[in-house]
Design a protein around this ligand. Structure first.
Ligand SMILES: [Zn+2]
Length: 307
């Protein structure tokens, strides 16, 4: 079977042991940050459960059931996607019909629901009964990066598995094996420790542009870069809101007067909100206004990312 990410091994082994003893919960939630491998974990567990001749490491990858699954054609595996931004009640009805039919291979059926927190209230209600009394041999796996946004009734009926990356050193090692270039020192922290997110940013060269933005912000707030030039270079860059928020949090991690901290975060949050809510906003003008507001607040603080 495909290699599961190293930081997921320990939890997969626990799930495997539970499954082997027939003690695995029939309704599970995999939660954790974006880019931590929740989907990979659900798929590896689904593969194991569906496999007819599992190995110590997981699904065998060669039995009839595994071959059907690898061909994307397994009648006992349902991935519940939605065409819209929400998982509606129709999708959950499809799920119910799926779980009630007989299994084609060896009595096990698995449903994976990515982005389970996007279920509408009606959909969540429709799912409750199946979660409470899943048909024999049926496993339902919910995936979410916003665990608290699942309804309390859904949460109470599922066993939660919170996934996280291993220690930063392990993640750095894995990243250096996947991507043969030096890892920018801020990247893992910016990605909240998620190795897969960090890898995506490295492969798309976004990490480099984020690093230049951090240098640019340092230059600007230390008075070495002129205002209009900063606005021109920053406006429209990829993930600007994310990296600027990260920069500000880093600056705030040094002793910082409460009132100034409050003013700074309020200005940042208002700018983020306006960017998504004001149609036809002049982004350069809005950014210029924000930088003007932040400058006196950050001016006397020591720069952190200065290289
Ligand atoms: Zn197999």
């Amino acid at each position: 079977m495909a290699e599961l990410y190293p930081w997921l091994h320990a939890k997969f082994k626990q799930l495997q042991a539970l499954a082997g003893n027939d003690q695995l919960a029939h309704a599970l939630v995999f939660s954790g940050n974006a880019g931590i491998g929740k989907r990979a974990m659900a798929e590896a567990l689904a593969a194991l459960l569906l496999c007819k001749t599992p190995l110590l490491t997981g699904a065998c990858g060669s039995c009839k059931s595994c071959l059907l699954r690898l061909a994307g054609n397994h009648a006992d595996l349902l991935l519940l996607y939605s065409d819209t931004q929400h998982i509606g009640v129709d999708a959950v009805r499809q799920l119910t019909r799926f779980t009630q039919g007989a299994a084609q291979q060896h009595g096990v059926k698995v449903v994976i629901i990515p982005a389970a927190d996007t279920m509408t209230e009606a959909a969540a209600n429709a799912l409750l009964k199946t979660l409470e009394e899943p048909p024999a041999g049926c496993y339902i796996m919910l995936i979410t990066q916003n665990y608290s946004q699942l309804s309390a009734t859904i949460r109470s009926r599922c066993q939660q598995w919170q996934l996280s990356a291993g220690n930063a050193e392990q993640s750095r090692q894995w990243l250096s094996q996947q991507h043969n270039q030096p890892l920018p020192p801020f990247l893992l922290e910016y990605c909240q420790g998620s190795p897969l997110k960090a890898l995506r940013l490295l492969k798309t060269n976004t990490a480099d542009s984020l690093a230049s933005v951090l240098t640019l912000l340092d230059d600007y707030f230390s008075g070495q870069l002129e205002h209009n030039s900063a606005v021109k270079q920053l406006d429209g860059t990829t993930e600007l809101a994310g990296i600027l928020g990260f920069y500000l949090r880093q600056r705030l991690s040094t002793p910082f007067e409460f009132q100034r901290q409050h003013t700074l975060l309020t200005a940042y949050q208002r700018w983020c909100r306006d960017a998504t809510q004001i149609i036809g906003q002049n982004s350069a003008l809005a950014l210029s206004g924000l930088l003007t507001e932040l400058t006196p607040l950050l001016h006397h603080q020591e720069a952190k990312w200065k290289s």
